[in-house]
Design a protein around this ligand. Structure first.
Ligand SMILES: [Zn+2]
Ligand SMILES: [Zn+2]
Length: 151
């Protein structure tokens, strides 16, 4: 069980089970939505995640052309999670939790990023994480996750 919250504490998250994947994303959207150099996220099953408070959704079409919603604390603006929105309006079973909001540093230590995506946009003074798959774009990242899920 891991718990976390936004900066002001109005939105809280907890999840049971293990993340399906841990990743850094260096895309421009991720920089904008966090105000930092990249996002550090866990892919988790929706059923495993409990969110309290009322995060605000901001919709955007991602670089991949897919519709995406990012959820933020309406008070302090912390980025909480993101999810794809399919063409038929449904959302997948997995969501992308911003792992930096977790309270337990050990959970983060245990889940060193397995993959880095949009590495073509990584700033040149940041080193790749040793042992993490290096993926230049999003499409390949999806394939990486799917290949993991099918294992
Ligand atoms: Zn907040
Ligand atoms: Zn990104």
């Amino acid at each position: 069980m891991a718990v976390g919250s936004c900066f002001c504490g109005k939105v809280k998250v907890e999840y049971a089970g293990q993340p399906l994947a841990s990743a850094l994303c260096h895309c421009l959207d991720c920089r904008k939505l966090t105000g930092t150099l990249c996002t550090y996220s866990f892919v988790v099953k929706r059923a495993d995640l409990k969110v309290t408070g009322s995060p605000k959704a901001v919709a955007k079409t991602a670089d991949s052309g897919k519709s995406y919603e990012n959820y933020f604390c309406p008070e302090c603006g912390s980025s909480i999670y993101g999810q794809e929105v399919k063409a038929d309006g449904t959302t997948p079973e997995t969501i992308v939790l911003r792992a930096g909001i977790l309270d337990d540093i050990e959970t983060m230590t245990e889940h060193k990023p397995e993959v880095e995506v949009f590495t073509d946009r990584r700033l040149n003074w940041i080193s790749p994480i040793e042992g993490a798959h290096q993926v230049p774009g999003m499409l390949q990242a999806k394939q990486f996750l799917e290949s993991k899920e099918n294992k």
